[in-house]
Design a protein around this ligand. Structure first.
Ligand code: SF4
Length: 276
């Protein structure tokens, strides 16, 4: 009987990664990156430092092992569930409300949605980035959830913190860890780099009533602005860098709180990925 192949383990990946913990992949360490690749479906190519043959081996092995070994089952169930919610949607009726571009008509219609300055084609069967770059199941679920909410009240310009949103209690910590702390730590001592990364992602820098060193408004999704405030570290006072994100008070009309946490993580990874 043929010997059953051993599944890829985190240590297998670590042996192939440079283990410099440079954070370019958006994760704080190579170990965290390897864990997310195997357990949570992060795209292997987010690390630019693989030997090409190692990356090809890992990508192929993940495919051979079957998608279920790369992503937890519940992610597939979540995507199927939310796809089911939109199966009867008329994209022509909701495109404008969620700031998406409608392409085609009738059963062939699909939406083009800007997620952190990458354009994705969203149809009822699949999600595909138009740049043919990497994507993962988390992004599919996020975009399908955004479509499923189908828009809401017009934005009011009244900014609120996550803790004031209903149902945010259990998610607030995940948002702080996955978004605010990641950005603060990556750009500590480098506010100008943060400004540059934000500008690349088309952020605006309006005059805001804040003493933050960087104050910007960025749209990770077309109808979901984040107000991002950054205070740099002050070593003499023992303060580390801080980031605070505020939302338009209508945010939950456009996205559920769990997806909002992932949106914050996605934005943090994009910003960190732009930082040399
Ligand atoms: S990009 Fe990520 S995985 Fe690659 S070397 Fe840097 S920290 Fe490690």
């Amino acid at each position: 009987m043929a010997e059953k192949k051993r599944l890829l383990q985190i240590l297998d990946l670590l042996k192939m990664l440079p283990r410099t913990n440079c954070k370019e992949c958006g994760f704080p360490t190579c170990m965290a990156f390897a864990t997310h690749v195997l357990r949570e479906g992060a795209t292997p190519g987010k690390c630019p430092y693989w030997q090409p043959e190692d990356l090809a081996f890992v990508e192929q092995t993940l495919i051979d092992q079957g998608a279920d070994s790369a992503y937890p089952d519940h992610l597939f169930s979540a995507r199927k569930f939310v796809q089911g919610k939109i199966k009867d949607y008329d994209f022509a009726l909701i495109a404008k409300k969620i700031g998406a571009r409608l392409v085609g008509e009738g059963a062939d219609a699909y939406l083009v949605i800007n997620l952190c300055e990458r354009l994705y084609r969203v149809d009822k069967e699949n999600v595909t980035p138009l740049d043919d770059g990497e994507h993962d199941l988390w992004e599919h679920i996020l975009l399908y959830n955004y479509v499923a909410e189908a828009g809401g009240r017009p934005l009011t310009g009244n900014w609120v913190p996550m803790e004031s949103l209903p149902g945010s209690l259990a998610k607030r910590k995940a948002f702080v860890r996955g978004c605010e702390e990641k950005i603060a730590s990556a750009f500590s001592g480098r506010p100008e780099l943060l400004r540059q990364a934000l500008a690349i992602l088309k952020a605006e820098f309006p005059a805001l009533e804040s003493n933050a060193e960087v104050a910007a408004v960025i749209y990770p999704l077309p109808m979901i602005p984040f107000q991002l405030l950054f205070w740099d570290a002050a070593a003499e006072d023992g303060f580390s860098a801080q980031v605070k994100i505020l939302f338009d008070e209508t945010v939950l009309d456009y996205l559920d709180i769990e997806s909002l946490v992932f949106l914050g993580e996605n934005l943090a990874q994009r910003l960190i990925g732009l930082c040399p």
